[in-house]
Write a protein that binds this ligand. Structure first.
Ligand SMILES: [Fe+2]
Length: 237
């Protein structure tokens, strides 16, 4: 990741790491590994608490964050503020969508307050909106247009071809894609996923290993947080 950062001249690097532990959840050890590899902030999602011990880790961490609407009793934080390499403060918000995901709280109920807090602490604000439905991700990006630097969709694993700057100056993409094995069904060995779908019998999923790619987006912005560009990133390994 350090080499890619250098190549892209990235001042800050945000990774959604909710499934780095063999396709389900994250451990403290793996989070530390991602941070050591060049990530500044790690966001999570609906699989945040799949691995034991991660709650204690999240309660202590300022840069590994889980969705802010994960419920008021779950350990961890939904907002991180870090200093980018060029000295600019960057706030990162993690939030889950409510369509087709079982969330304790509607993202719409808390997003304005969350964004206000983020903006009071940093000029650049990036929202990871971890959601299933394209409509909800587009709606959230539109709602936040002009108030944040970027709204980056995650969770569906398939990079969408709609990276754009919205009229108010916010960069948006419906899904940043998946870093992992693309010779698969969204990361799972294809035959296992197909068997479960066809037979409806329980099948233990295993991560695939072919066609590994890094996917994401590169956002350019001015120091005051207005987005000036967004490009899809897709690197075969
Ligand atoms: Fe997810």
């Amino acid at each position: 990741m350090h080499a890619l950062r250098a190549q892209l001249e990235a001042d800050v690097c945000i990774v959604n790491g909710e499934n780095v532990a063999d396709g389900a959840g994250i451990t403290g050890k793996l989070a530390d590994k991602l941070l050591a590899a060049g990530a500044d902030v790690i966001t999570l999602g609906n699989h945040t608490y799949r691995r034991s011990g991660i709650g204690d880790y999240l309660a202590r961490s300022d840069v590994v964050i889980r969705p802010a609407n994960s419920g008021s009793w779950t350990p961890g934080h939904g907002l991180a503020v870090v200093r980018a390499r060029n000295g600019v403060e960057v706030a990162v918000v993690s939030l889950m969508g409510q369509l087709f995901i079982d969330v304790p709280q509607s993202p719409w109920e808390i997003v304005d307050e969350l964004v206000d807090e983020a903006r009071s602490r940093a000029p650049v604000v990036v929202v990871d909106f971890h959601a299933e439905a394209t409509s909800e991700k587009i709606a959230m990006a539109r709602w936040l247009d002009g108030r944040v630097t970027a709204v980056i969709g995650t969770h569906t694993h398939v990079q969408t071809n709609d990276a754009r700057i919205l009229p108010g100056g916010t960069a948006a993409v419906t899904d940043a894609g998946m870093t992992g094995p693309h010779d698969s069904v969204i990361g799972v060995k294809a035959d296992l996923a197909i068997t479960r779908m066809r037979t409806r019998l329980p099948v233990r999923f295993e991560p695939a290993d072919g066609g590994v790619r890094i996917e994401g987006v590169v956002v350019d912005c001015s120091d005051d947080g207005r987005a000036t560009g967004i490009e899809l990133l897709r690197v075969a390994l």
